[in-house]
Each structure stands twice: as structure tokens, then as C-alpha cells.
Design a protein around this ligand. Sequence first.
Ligand code: PLP
Length: 393
Amino acid sequence: MDTKNKGFNSKLVHGGGYKDQLLSAVTPIYQTSTFAFHNADHGAQCFAGESDGYIYTRLGNPTIIDLEKTVAELENGFGGIATSSGMAAVNTVYLGILESGSHMIGHEALYGPSRAIMESLYPKFNVESTFVDATKLENVKNAIRPNTRLIFLETPANPTIGITDIKAVSEIAKEVGAVVCVDNTFCSPYLQNPLDLGADIVLHSMTKFINGHADIVAGMVVAKTEEMYRQLRSVMMNVGCNMDPHQAFLTRRGLKTLAIRIDRAQANSMKVAEFLENHPKVEWVKYPGLKSHPQYELAQKQMRGPGAMISFGLKGGLDAGKKMMDNVQLALLAVSLGGIETLIQHPASMTHSKLSREAKEKAGISDGLVRLSVGIEEAEDIIADLDQALMHV
Ligand SMILES: *Cc1c(COP(=O)(O)O)cnc(C)c1O
């Protein structure tokens, strides 16, 4: 079915447009590495791009293409490029856009490895980078150099929930001919469409909200234009960070319920955030749905909902954070996010424990900061669990 003029949930259910002769309700798993040609001419047409036929799974596979088409449509882009993980999507963009001698600007609180790999591996290829607090536009403007090719944003950012104005940064980038890429993992296309706000590329760790069931690792890049799509697709195909057909099948299945999952997790999040804000052992709460969020107005404008990620600070610092982690029962003490189960983690003792005190402070990670990915359980049960864990703090 053509879903172009249909609503978001109809696109989730029917997007991709896969049809075969057996009219299967669900896109089958084409668990094959290679595809036969009818004859020499057909093989030649496939290689020349003059036929819809398939060649080899690293280059394209019906199960994967169904998912790529669906996500590209949800993000209003020209085409999607599925990758083996979210980090494979990040590296596909870095390799596709940057070259020796070029410079990139990144938001300082990017997902850890997105920044770490730029600072540890890419200098080897003579790529320079500057990381700034992109929530303040003047920082982005001041970081621009004549060789700036890429501005890489993540909004809301991890784990400080800071929000960057995608439209304003895209305007700055356009003036200097730089490409803007937004890591849209925290929002998913249900809550935010960076390409509509002026970005050139959007990417996802589909491990998180898009698949939503904590049972696979996967990534996706969506390019706005055909030219950008071809450029990035060729990187994925030749680097070999392609998705596997079974992974694509599971992700496509998880994606169908994206909106109803987020609606529910978001409703829970609002209740949890309000509970935390009124708790005597909690110093502060950062959630884009609370009026106390410093960029509440921008969130209202740029996002269709506040999402399901909450950060909060415990008055008791490091010790309080660890005690709380040791006492949660319903919430899973685990990294990752965006699944149906509530996950909790304590960056100062876990994901960010290796950072120096100075680096932690710069990234806004205080000792008492706790990050919560709110799931779809009963809100009352999530709150009761946090409440009892906080009693031990
Ligand atoms: C998890 C995550 C990634 C990396 O994705 P993987 O699927 O784990 O490789 C990138 N960006 C953000 C915002 C993430 O949360």
C-alpha cells in the first residue's frame, strides 16, 4: 500500500510497501547471502542499477530494504541505510562526510563512543574536531573554521537532557556549507523530525526506541537528498557494516508499535518526573515535559512530546546513587534505553566512571546524577519502586 498520505501509525504498520506473490502479511526474512540472476542480461542490469533485482545481501536485501523504506518515510528523507549498530551508523556518516584536512563540530555531550572515536581514531586520518555546548548557539558559531564540514548534534543529549535548536544550527551550517547530522535516538521519528528542521542527515541507534524490545542492536542513517543517500550508502556497502536480514525483521516488527509504546512510556514519564520533583532526597529533575526544564519552550517547539528519558540528581551524591542502584527492584539496573522495561543507571559509577572529575563536571555529570529510561509498566509500580529505593538513600 502507498502510505505517503497516511498518518504516522498507518505508516508504522503498513510502510515499506513490500509485496510478494504469496501476499504474506509480514515481510518475510530473506535469510540468504546471495541472489541468483535469471540470465546474463539480468545480471548485467542488476549491476548497472537498471533492475529491481537483488545481488548480494551486503548491498541490499528485501527484508532490510523494507525497513529502510519505512524509516526513511517516517523521517521524510530520500532513503534509509540500515547498519549493524548505531555506532556503525555514526561511523558511516563520519567516513562519508569527512576527509583528510576537514573539521567537525560535535555537541559536547554526545553519546560517549560517538565523541571518543572522533577524538581517538579520526585524528589518525588528519580529521580535526571541536566539541562545544551546542545548546548555546554562539558556541557553535565560534567553533566554525574554514574547513568545517560536519556539525553533529544529539538532542536531547545524553545524559544531561540538554536541547539544541536544530533549525538555528542548520541555518548557521548552511551559511558555511557544512552538513548537519542529528542523532535522533532519544526522540525517534515519532517525536522529532530533524530533516524537516533543516538537517541533512538523521541517524538512529534502532537498538533503542525504534526496536524497543531490548533484543537486538541495530542502526539507521536517513539522508535528505538522493546524492547524500548514494554517497553514504556506498560507505555502508563497502565498509560492510550492513544489517542482517533477521535483525531487520525483528526491528521492523518492533517498529510497528513505536507510537503506542512511546505514548504510554511518555505518560508514565510525566508522572515519574512529577513524583521525583517533589521528593525530598532529589535535588533536581531534568525532563523536557517539566516547566522547570531550562529549554522547555524550545522542547515544545521542536519536539512533539517530551519522551521517556529523565535525569535527576540525588542530594546525597555518589554514595546515594550507588545505594539507590542497589535497591531498585522493578527497574532494571542496566545501560541502554528506549525499551519497554524501565532501566536505571548511575553515570558517575558506571558509564562515565572513567572520566576525570574535571571532564565529568564539563559534561554536566554530577556524582548524584541518575538516568532513567521509563518503560511501559504501570506508572504506580515504577513510582513505588523508586520510592522504596530512595528510602535506602
Ligand atoms: C546507544 C546509542 C548509540 C549507539 O548505538 P548502538 O546501537 O549501541 O551501537 C548512539 N547514539 C545514542 C544517542 C545512543 O543512545
